[in-house]
Design a protein around this ligand. Sequence first.
Ligand code: ADP
Length: 671
Amino acid sequence: MPPRSEPEPARPILEAVGVSRSYRRGQETVQAVRDVSLAVVPGEMTLILGPSGGGKSTLLHLLGGMDRPTSGEVRSEGVAVSRLPAEALAAFRRQKIGFVFQSFYLLPHLSALDNVAMPLLLDNVPAPRRRQRAAQMLEQVGLGGRANFFPGQLSGGEAQRVAIARALAADPPILIADEPTGDLDSVSGRQVMELLAELAHRERRAVVVVTHNEAFVPLADRVFRIRDGQVMGPEAGVPMAAVAAERIRSGPRPVGALIGLALKAAWRRPSRSILTGLGVAVGIAAMVLLVSVGAGLSQRVTQSILSEGPLTTIFVSPQASSGGVGSLFSGGATTGPVHPISQATIARLASLPGAAGAWAQVNMIGHAGNSGRQSFLVVTALPPKRLWPDQVAPSLIAGHLPTASGQAVVTKSVGQAMFPTLAHPASWIGKQLTLAVSASTGSGGSGFSPLSGPALAPRPVVITGVLSAGLGSAQVSIPYSQAVAWFDSGAAKGVLPTYPEAVVVAKSAAMVGALSSRITKLGFGVTAMSSIVTQVQSAFSTVEVGLGVVGGIALVVAGLMIAVVMAMAVLERRREIGVLRALGSTTSDVFFLFLTEATIVGLGGGAVGVLVGWGLGRLGEKLLAQPGLFLVQPALVLLGLGLGTVVALVAGAIPAGRAAGLNPVEALRQD
Ligand code: ADP
């Protein structure tokens, strides 16, 4: 022991002034510490001795700012420690106190080096600096070679020396040790006590050690004996100077380092984290899959509706209808007088204000023929090109749309029936067919009536393209004017030809409403394409929401799983939480740490879920040979990730709150 000069007594760095602490236990009040006054001085090793249950630990917790006295005050260098607000009290522990516990309380998932660096992490010291300092401290306690060992790989004496290095890391002026030799054999116990004494004498720290071992008395500079909560000792009852309420600053919180710590903790039990994350993943994947299949179907149906004409299309029927989605879905009940749709009607509709043009719906039934082969089919009119913008024009798998009369596009089944030797649709382009129509839809709109007259005669057409839609159906589409001419020539002699339906195209979407009501006033039935699309889409949105809810239920279950797992983790990790608090982390640090852990699991699960949902969708499309069946929108990906996070945050909040709310002294109590 180095010689010390006595004459000028050092000023106390930590003082208890008339401190009492009582606990309520049922009806009783237990006085754990009664009216204790004592001072701790830098450069001295102070021993607190006494029998078990005498109040030693309680006093130590009060001195270390882990607990607040029921009455009296703990002071340090002019600061009323016991009256500091919680955040500042945590900062006081971080900066002024180094704790050493009986059972070391090293964090098992961190290396010796990372354990030692923990107080620096909590004090927001940059990583390289804290690793350097931690290595230096390990060197100082003689464990330079054990930096990368985990606590489970250390002997008791080594573990306690790592714990002392940790207590020294933030260079606190005060070291507080609670039965530091209690779990050690006598040789290592002695070494630890000698190390503590050396830290007091050589580095002039104030070292306070609780022990019940009288053998260590000779190492101490000052001894207090405590029994039944009362102190008997040389310096009991030292009068104290007045206290200035200077604040302890608490620095910015180590957000990045805490996230790193949360990652490590999540990784500590990989299978548990992965299983929990998988719960979220299943929920998100189900949601992504179900919602995207809904969106895919909705898009398909919308596209097939729009192939009937642009969004500015208005379908006009001869009779006012009482509502419903209209002729496309074989509509609602019709009422009122019938207004036959003739060419004059078409011209009138086309000239209405707001109308870009109009055409008649013309559908006929007929036969195609080629070298003796005959095929029954539907002949439709391609609407006038001017009124049929590219985005709604029928798509072709080969060739182009007709540009003159005498040309036609066919579906694949017509080509296959007519040219059985030519496998490839492209090879049908330029080939000739004969077309003969035999029936057409009349002005009533439903049912076909047989045609008479010249339309019956077979006429040649040249194939210019093959339609990609209507793969199974036999259909030929010819230019509008030609279709109308055939239709008209099929009408009975002396009868004005009338059409089942007219199609009016508005100049813009904004004009659809006004134009529709003008047409209604003329006594026709009106259905706007936009309202059909809106109705279909809203029907599908309902389906999508329903499907999303099914996925959502899976998510709620996943959330409950996270909550349960986190709650278990908090129970299991009480001690870790206590240690973090003793090392000076604030309640919000602990809350943030646990919430981050939950979020990592949720976000990871969300990411996996989105990927799996997307992958399964792609796989489904391949297996069913239905490209575009699953429509995964970018918003859905974000929603999936966001929901995973939100579920985790909600599920993690209560357990994290419980973790943060744990009383550090209770959390550390041996059980
Ligand atoms: P020591 O460390 O000397 O063994 P403690 O400070 O742990 O003594 O305890 C002193 C007394 O206070 C004991 O009677 C103990 O039962 C009581 N005590 C300590 N903590 C609590 C608590 N949280 N609730 C109730 N009683 C407590």
